[in-house]
Design a protein around this ligand. Structure first.
Ligand SMILES: Cc1cc2nc3c(=O)[nH]c(=O)nc-3n(C[C@H](O)[C@H](O)[C@H](O)COP(=O)(O)OP(=O)(O)OC[C@H]3O[C@@H](n4cnc5c(N)ncnc54)[C@H](O)[C@@H]3O)c2cc1C
Length: 386
């Protein structure tokens, strides 16, 4: 569809997931006229964004992640009103169940941090966890944490909401266009080469999610984002599940459950998963995960499997995202959210617009999440990774 491709653009964004869509909208809203968003799939939001669990939470272990959640979840809560598109935000609460003394100590610290930043996370004893989850077997629970405004939202609605508002502001969002190369001259970006033609531009945003490393290599920039497969499944209806069943995380096992329609969505991270781009369901791991899930929620033995799928986490060495400039002038990066980027996508796009237009992040200070931190040894580890 070369006729759709403009010869020049003020900004080209590569990747039509939540990061690309939010960045395009926020740039256009701030007045950037000639923004082009390129997505290689036939539809937007089919990468990590479309395969994610839809969880949104305030409960993180570092100040910057809690601040990103405070800003981003407020945008998700207001999405329907501001973007004219319901985001299906359901504040069912996240209940982290802790079964090791080490996790209890770490979460005590995390909850103190969250409360200091204005997030009123509740601390539960082991007995309180068991009372709140009568259908589950948590005889080994030592403690738990619960925050009522954590919950779920719909990834597709967020992507479509941003694109729907970005297009009338002049953004050309083109699906089915694969970026094959990035031209650099004198240390500056000059063009984006695609299967449908070349766009001259002085500004490119790499929002390619798990594929951000490939796109970085096109500009000669090394980006430490590793794709790691994660998978989940959904079940047939379970009428016994109460309407207020929370998003439950068996933290030590990286095993989680939440209501999906009338049934359950459950997944468990495979700690031995090797980096790679396969998005095929690992059937052996699905059995292991299903057995672990049924031990915690015996009701699952009565349920049928409706669907299962796999997607890619975009993992950095410190489980924090990377924002901002790269060593190539005009080549920007937003990525590496390490499995919790859907919820931070709204604020991430706003921050990228600030970086491109004002040279720095203003709404939330993410200056410490720069690409240079990996070379300079300034890593900030996130403990609450599922
Ligand atoms: C199984 C799973 C569960 C998850 N659960 C949650 C959750 O509960 N909550 C949460 O907040 N996050 C969750 N995440 C993480 C979240 O999905 C990601 O952090 C987020 O979606 C990343 O968005 P993105 O826009 O950077 O990447 P993507 O959505 O992957 O978008 C990148 C896009 O770039 C495109 N692209 C790549 N290369 C090119 C190219 N050369 N040319 C053109 N286009 C290209 C891809 O096709 C893709 O559409 C989960 C992820 C997975 C895999």
């Amino acid at each position: 569809m070369s006729h759709d491709l403009p010869a020049t653009a003020d900004v080209v964004i590569i990747g039509g997931g939540v990061m690309g869509a939010s960045t395009a909208y926020h740039l256009a809203r701030a007045g950037t006229k000639n923004v082009v968003l390129l997505e290689r799939e036939d539809y937007f939001g089919q990468g990590a964004t479309g395969r994610c669990a839809g969880g949104v939470r305030y409960q993180f272990a570092t100040e910057v992640n809690v601040r990103l959640s405070i800003a981003s979840l407020a945008m998700i809560e207001r999405f329907a009103e501001e973007m004219d598109q319901p985001a299906d935000y359901r504040p069912c609460g996240y209940l982290f169940v802790l079964t090791t003394p080490e996790d209890v100590a770490r979460f005590e610290h995390n909850v103190a941090l969250q409360r200091r930043l204005g997030v009123p996370t509740e601390w539960l004893s082991g007995d309180e966890v068991r009372q709140r989850l009568p259908l589950m077997c948590f005889e080994d629970a030592l403690a738990g944490t619960y925050h009522a405004r954590d919950g779920l939202a719909d990834p597709n609605s967020i992507v479509m909401g941003y694109l729907g508002r970005a297009r009338p502001l002049g953004v050309q969002a083109l699906a089915g266009v694969t970026v094959q190369g990035i031209s650099v001259a004198g240390g500056r970006v000059t063009a984006v080469v695609t299967g449908a033609g070349t766009i001259s531009t002085g500004a490119v945003v790499n929002a390619a999610g798990p594929w951000a490393g490939h796109v970085g290599a096109m500009a000669g920039v090394d980006i430490p984002i590793t794709p790691i497969r994660r998978q989940m499944l959904t079940t047939t209806p379970l009428p016994e599940l109460p309407a207020d069943f929370p998003f439950v995380v068996d933290f030590a096992r990286s095993l989680y459950f939440h209501r999906e329609g009338e049934g359950i969505l459950t997944g468990m991270s495979n700690p031995h998963e090797k980096p790679g781009f396969s998005q095929k369901v690992d059937e052996e791991w699905e059995l292991v995960a299903m057995e672990a899930a049924a031990r915690r929620l015996p009701l699952l033995e009565k349920a049928g499997r409706v669907a299962g799928w796999a997607g890619l986490y975009e993992v950095t060495p410190d489980a924090h995202p990377i924002f901002g400039p790269t060593p190539v002038a005009g080549f920007w990066l937003v990525g590496g959210f390490s499995g919790h980027g859907f919820m931070h996508g709204p604020i991430a796009g706003k921050l990228m617009a600030e970086f491109l237009l004002e040279g720095q992040s203003r709404s939330v200070d993410v200056s410490m999440l720069d690409l240079a931190r990996f070379d300079e040894g300034r890593l900030i580890h996130e403990y609450n990774v599922i």
